[in-house]
Design a protein around this ligand. Structure first.
Ligand SMILES: [Zn+2]
Length: 291
């Protein structure tokens, strides 16, 4: 997929018409993630994740063309790493080696460093001085913080969305739901993970408050990482119909119901995670037994 320079921004704004060409970034990261207990142990080399290097770039004839190209490359690389993290192809804790990524994408290490800095700014990547960049690995404490923040933000998102609802916004939500259902129908786990997270980001974007939208996007992505780390294997998965119920309450402009459904939805997601009783300390005796 080739991505234009404004791809990421257009997606964030939720421009109509992007869905078919760009079936990405929509539904709730968390449910998506939740439904989809992906195999966790499979570590893949970085280059196998991004196997079509974008080295072939057009000639840079003018300074502005060069700048446009640079922005496009930056957005492309950002997007590909972001989606790989969202889809659990890059696991929490994976080291993102600058030099390898520079080779894979056919760009300078400086360019990769810029992209990693942007991801770090969004808390998706952690940069450890002297050691490098890693896919973030939220702690249990951070996970609890994320849920606390989501419980404050998401009722406000649905309320604002209802206050500002237009037929176009509703169409966007339903279009997204259709993509999500389709991905579930064909059992495309990676797409479901991504789309279910994006549902929440999309709702925040459509609500029209850019600060809420920015925060929601970050919280959705962190939730996806948390689900990978803490999803309880025995938990019942997040019900596929919950987004639909929320959308119907929004369509009916029933703010009380929409807020309640959203909070219940967040409860289900959190309850599906094993955030209690996990200790950071390793029981060495259990591992090595008695002498
Ligand atoms: Zn959801």
């Amino acid at each position: 997929m080739t991505a234009g320079p404004n791809l990421v921004r257009r997606r964030q704004l939720g421009a109509p018409g992007d869905d078919e060409a760009l079936p990405t970034m929509k539904a709730s990261v968390r449910d998506a993630c939740r439904h989809t207990a992906l195999p966790r142990a499979v570590a893949r080399p970085l280059d196998s994740l991004f196997d079509d290097p974008m080295a072939a770039r057009s000639p840079r004839k003018t300074a502005s063309a060069a700048r446009l190209q640079r922005e496009k490359t930056h957005d492309d690389i950002y997007e590909r790493i972001y989606v790989a993290i969202l889809e659990h192809r890059l696991h929490p804790g994976t080291k993102l080696v600058e030099e390898r990524l520079a080779e894979i994408f056919g760009v300078s290490r400086a360019r990769i460093r810029e992209v990693l800095a942007r991801l770090a700014h969004e808390q998706i990547v952690e940069i450890v001085p002297q050691r490098g960049a890693y896919v973030a690995k939220p702690s249990i404490e951070q996970a609890l913080d994320v849920f606390e923040a989501r419980r404050l933000i998401e009722p406000a998102v649905v309320r604002r969305l209802i206050d500002t609802l237009t037929p176009e916004k509703l169409a966007r939500l339903r279009q997204h739901q259709a993509l999500e259902m389709e991905a579930r129908g064909r059992d495309d786990r990676r797409a479901v993970v991504r789309l279910s997270g994006e549902f929440h980001s999309l709702a925040a974007e459509l609500a029209g408050n850019s600060a809420l939208a920015r925060n929601m996007r970050e919280l959705s992505t962190l939730t996806c990482l948390m689900i990978f780390l803490y999803d309880a294997p025995t938990s019942s998965s997040c019900r596929a119909d919950e987004h639909s119920q929320i959308v119907e309450a929004i369509a009916a402009r029933d703010a009380v119901r929409a807020e309640r459904l959203m909070l219940e939805h967040l409860d289900h997601i959190e309850n599906g995670m094993n955030l209690e009783g996990k200790t950071e300390e390793v029981d060495l005796e259990a591992i090595f037994g008695h002498p």
